[in-house]
Design a protein around this ligand. Structure first.
Ligand code: ADP
Ligand code: MG
Length: 614
């Protein structure tokens, strides 16, 4: 082959190559331009998208603008006002910092940027005209407008990868929603082919979340706000019952930046493991804030991935915080509450009693940090949501009319009905499967096996937490298991874990372990695949996660076998005992497989069935 000398690439080509990563589709152009508008402090942003964004994307903001003599720099590669040194990169809080978005976008489109910064006598625009830049006066309102037309006209290969205009438009809209969820104090207007498509008016955070993610409204989600040392997690998590068939309502932000991160996804997913049914996807909008130098945001050109300095700690803390938020059952009446403080149930913020708590001692939930100007998301906006949040209407204080429910078939209640008995008084067993209970305001139907299974499971977990070990059986002949040499160090690192789970194992070489004792309930099973998987998980997520997950899996199996089976006749006192223990059990709204354990039917709902009073 002929020798071709090495030569530097022309500038535009470099930008076009970068564009392949930074702005691979119209939605990423929208994302970059919106990040710029937010970094410029805009409070109102108008987005116009024509022809799926391929024809035109025009974004207008009322932010601080760009002075005339900086316009040419703004569209140059590696030119930014956001960082100046490696030091600043390591603690960057702005959304942008790479200084390549405008250059990349301009290299693959017909591009005009007009800006009118405060203090300048008029507006100026810069546009790319046949290979060079033209700066000229332009009529423009205060702020910046970026007009991107004929996207990828110069790179037709890229254009071939785009989907239909409809699909591309909805990707653009998704980007706007992500940004709008994190910035409720900004007003957003989206026009599609000239028509107003969506408008998100400046609002409280809860109003913003419920307007964009309707299925999270009406008690289907719970607020969360926890803080440990220098990490803070807040937002809303969907209840397991409200989980979805697809992962379309999962929003996670790190220091205000929307990210799709494997580690985080895994942490959230495993927080729901114990309460989520089958292949359901939980809904959540969560904001994790931590010092900028604890997280590397410069991992990917599109800045949607991050790397945490202490990944395992973040994983564990996020998982435990969400778990703790989900743990209290709606039926739980906190045991520790004295009758006087039980009135707290009536107060609007009562559903929030869990918010500051965490399931294990390893998390210290402490007071809120003073508001930091650097955090793009304002805590006060969340506070509003927390004030308004109520998990389920508590049973009303009995009044003359509904205090003595006239249940024709009711056996006399075994003890006087108390209005703190959230799940009411059992009156009958239905078809050997359900318990029917009366509440002053209606009735409750409980799936008896599912409920009992959860109660037992939680009891087993507690018992084990206190006793600390699982019974184990020595093997006469040690079992030899091949392992990936990459994971060899985890065998020693995990000694504490093995012991707790009832294993005794040691490393023979870098690729073989000897198993000398196994948990009794696993005796006789092929354990090599299981152990390999644990070592892998241990490597990625740390001991706490593996320990809890494996242990819980076994205990769930045990609970399922032990719980009352269908058709076992229960006496009324037995049924009431089950209801009362549900009220004391965490996660008792779902069985171990994530199915609901009880339903409430209010009198007013029943009146509707029979068209009473209509
Ligand atoms: P980056 O955002 O990484 O700095 P960009 O190429 O996106 O790089 O933008 C380059 C520079 O142009 C920014 O640093 C900022 O100073 C300026 N800029 C871009 N968009 C806007 C805007 N909408 N309002 C004000 N300044 C802007
Ligand atoms: Mg930018």
């Amino acid at each position: 082959m002929n020798h071709r000398p090495i030569s530097l690439l022309p500038d535009v080509l470099i930008s076009q190559i970068a564009a392949g990563e930074v702005v691979d589709r119209p939605a990423s152009v929208v994302k970059e331009l919106l990040e710029n508008a937010l970094d410029a402090g805009a409070s109102e942003i108008t987005i116009r998208i024509d022809g799926g964004g391929i024809q035109r994307i025009c974004i207008q903001d009322n932010g601080k603008g760009i002075p005339k003599d900086e316009l040419e720099l703004a569209v140059m590669r590696h030119a930014t006002s956001k960082i100046q040194s490696l030091n600043e990169l390591e603690c960057v809080m702005s959304l942008g910092f790479r200084g390549e978005a405008l250059a990349s976008i301009a290299s693959v489109s017909q591009f005009t940027l007009s800006s009118y910064p405060a203090g300048q006598e008029s507006a100026y625009s810069i546009s790319n005209q046949s290979g060079s830049w033209l700066v000229e006066p332009s009529p423009s309102s205060p702020g910046t407008t970026v007009d991107v037309q004929s996207l990828y006209f110069s790179t037709p290969a890229r254009r071939k990868f785009l989907k239909t205009e409809q699909t591309e438009f909805f990707h653009c809209l998704d980007v706007v929603k992500r940004m709008a969820l994190a910035n409720p104090s900004v007003t957003w207007l989206v026009y599609r082919d000239g028509k107003l498509q969506s408008r998100f008016q400046e609002s409280s955070w809860s109003a913003r979340v419920f307007s964009i993610l309707e299925p999270m409204a009406n008690g289907a989600s719970k607020p969360i706000e926890v803080q440990a040392a220098d990490m803070q997690l807040h937002g809303a998590v969907g209840l397991p019952d409200a989980a979805r068939g697809k992962g379309d309502m999962q929003f996670f932000y790190v220091n205000g930046r929307f990210v799709k991160d494997k580690l985080i996804n895994h942490a959230v997913r495993s927080a729901y493991e114990d309460v989520l049914h089958g292949d359901k996807f939980p809904a959540f909008v969560l904001f994790l804030n931590l010092p900028a130098n604890e997280v590397d945001v410069n991992v990917h050109p599109a800045k949607t991935e991050v790397r945490f300095r202490n990944a395992r700690a973040v994983h564990q803390w996020v998982r435990q915080s969400i778990q703790a938020c989900l743990a209290p059952s709606r039926a739980v009446v906190p045991l520790s509450e004295s009758p006087a403080s039980a009135q707290v149930v009536e107060s609007p913020a009562s559903g929030n009693s869990n918010v500051w708590r965490s399931s294990s001692g390893s998390t210290s939930a402490v007071q809120v940090q003073p508001k930091s100007a650097a955090l793009p998301f304002l805590r006060e906006e969340l506070a509003d949501y927390i004030q308004a949040y109520r998990p389920l209407e508590p049973p009303p204080r009995p009044t003359q009319i509904i205090a003595q429910p006239k249940a024709v078939y009711a056996e006399p209640a075994q003890h006087p009905a108390e209005d703190t008995d959230y799940l009411g008084q059992a009156i009958a067993q239905v078809h050997g499967i359900y318990i029917l209970a009366l509440r002053p305001d209606g009735m409750v139907v409980v799936d008896m096996h599912a409920a009992h299974e959860r109660v037992l499971y939680e009891q087993f977990k507690n018992a084990l937490d206190n006793q600390q070990t699982i019974s184990s059986q020595e093997l006469l002949v040690p079992l030899l298991v091949q392992i990936d040499p990459r994971l060899a160090s985890e065998v020693d690192n995990g000694q504490h874990l093995w012991e707790k789970l009832g294993f005794r194992l040691s490393l023979i070489s870098t690729q073989e372990i000897a198993v000398r004792a196994v948990p009794t309930m696993l005796a006789g099973q092929d354990l090599s695949a299981l152990l390999q998987q644990w070592l892998e998980d241990l490597h990625q997520y740390g001991v706490a996660h593996v320990l809890e997950r494996q242990r819980n899996e076994w205990l769930a199996g045990l609970a399922c076998h032990t719980a009352v089976r269908a058709n076992r006749k229960l006496t009324v006192p037995e049924m009431n005992a089950l209801l009362r223990s549900m009220e004391r059990t965490e996660r008792s709204d779902q069985c171990n497989h994530g199915r609901p354990t009880w339903r409430h039917f209010s009198l007013s709902e029943m009146d509707k069935w029979f068209l009473r009073g209509q």
